[in-house]
Write a protein that binds this ligand. Structure first.
Ligand code: PLP
Length: 378
């Protein structure tokens, strides 16, 4: 009803190219600068750091790699536990696992969908014990070294309160801002709150480089280390190949960065369109007895990356019918990700009680959210 009768299948989130993308990609091909060095990487990094309000940005191959390196430069060691929400995309947990660390799942707030600082503090007060200035999980004996906060569907987490918990317990605060480029909390861009932040430019994100990601931070030492590690840890020299650490080949190719430069110029417009679309959904369901549309928390300006319908508890049994009806009508709809603690691969991971996650996982349905749909509103 909001979008009218679709003439073709409407995906959840389509990539959109309305700027200089073609010209800049052609420029890479004509000049031969398609691979791991080139001016678009530098320009993309500088434009990104401006958009995120951070001093540094390091472009990498995808958001998962960005998170892995963000955790590593934040001091996460193999065998450490990393606190994170269970209600997230699998990449958040995989990034910790790839470092040899152990994801430790905590619950979210129902009005933000991100880590609940009050529940987290209560949980930690009984769980952790301090030894040699570090916090250990009493049950597993492992150190807990970082807290990863997500901004689910682009809605900013409660960063002030989460920062306090992280500081109090001595955890590195790492922001998984993969869904939140262009979102702000109290006027400050998401990605700039943590010690280090990670972004994604996958094809379904608000901006895309085909595949891509970035690490953002204000910390010069961490930025240098991230850049060094993601570019094979080669020591600078005109011809000698010397590597002083086991690094990664995670650098974003110039041809993808060219897409990124062109896309980033459209960020403000895109956020505005997505907010218009979200408002239309919110208005359309206002007063509906069974369904509400998830809206941004107070003090936040969300990019509304993915719109989410939330079924009222009494209507939860109708979810699959709703999914079938929407998909049959040519409107892609899907439930939120299966929470991490319910995946077999993370079944043994330590976790808090997760009542809000369990409840919301059954009640959320994501609906078409591409910015260009704003032009089709009735
Ligand atoms: C997309 C996403 C990622 C990972 O990004 P990729 O570029 O797909 O590797 C990480 N965390 C969250 C919350 C995401 O939505």
């Amino acid at each position: 009803m909001v979008l009218g009768a679709p003439s073709e299948f409407v995906p959840l989130h389509a990539p959109e190219f309305h700027g200089q993308e073609e010209a800049l990609v052609v420029d890479c091909i004509r000049t031969g600068w398609v691979s791991s060095v080139g001016m678009y990487v530098d320009q993309f990094e500088s434009d990104l750091s401006e958009a995120c309000g951070t001093r540094y940005a390091i472009a990498v191959v995808n958001g998962t790699a960005a998170l892995e390196v963000a955790l590593r430069v934040s001091g996460v060691q193999p065998g450490d536990e990393v606190l994170m929400p269970s209600l997230t995309f699998v990449a958040t947990a995989n990034a910790a696992h790839h470092l040899g660390a152990v994801p430790h799942f905590v619950d979210v707030e129902s009005d933000r969908l991100s880590v609940d600082p009050v529940a987290l503090r209560l949980y930690l007060e009984s769980l952790v014990e301090m030894r040699d200035g570090r916090n250990f999980n009493r049950q597993t004996g492992r150190p807990i070294s970082a807290l990863v906060v997500t901004h689910i569907f682009g809605h900013p987490a409660n960063m002030d309160a989460l920062d306090k918990v992280a500081t109090e317990f001595g955890f590195a605060l790492v922001e998984d801002a993969a869904e939140a480029l262009g979102s702000h909390l109290h006027g400050r861009p998401c990605g700039s709150f943590g010690r280090v932040g990670a972004l994604s430019f996958n094809g379904n994100k608000i901006l895309t480089t085909g595949g891509g990601g970035a690490i953002v931070t204000d910390d010069q030492v961490l930025a240098r280390e991230a850049k060094h590690l993601t570019t094979t840890a080669k020591t600078p020299h005109q011809w000698a190949f010397h590597h002083d650490a086991i690094g990664y080949n995670y650098r974003l190719p110039n041809i993808n960065a060219a897409l990124g430069v062109a896309q980033l110029a459209q960020l403000d417009e895109r956020v505005a369109q997505k907010r218009t679309l979200a408002q239309a959904y919110i208005d359309a369901f206002a007063g509906h007895p069974d369904i509400s549309v998830f809206s941004e928390p107070a003090g936040a300006r969300s990019n509304y990356w993915l719109n989410a319908l939330v079924l009222e508890p009494h209507a939860v049994a109708a979810r699959d019918t709703l999914l079938e009806t929407l998909n049959a009508a040519g409107l892609m709809a899907r439930p939120v990700w299966e929470p991490m603690h319910r995946l077999e691969i993370y079944a043994d991971a330590p976790r808090a009680a997760l009542p809000v996650t369990e409840d919301l996982a059954a009640r959320i349905v994501n609906i078409p959210s591409s910015a260009e749909l704003a032009a089709r509103l009735e």
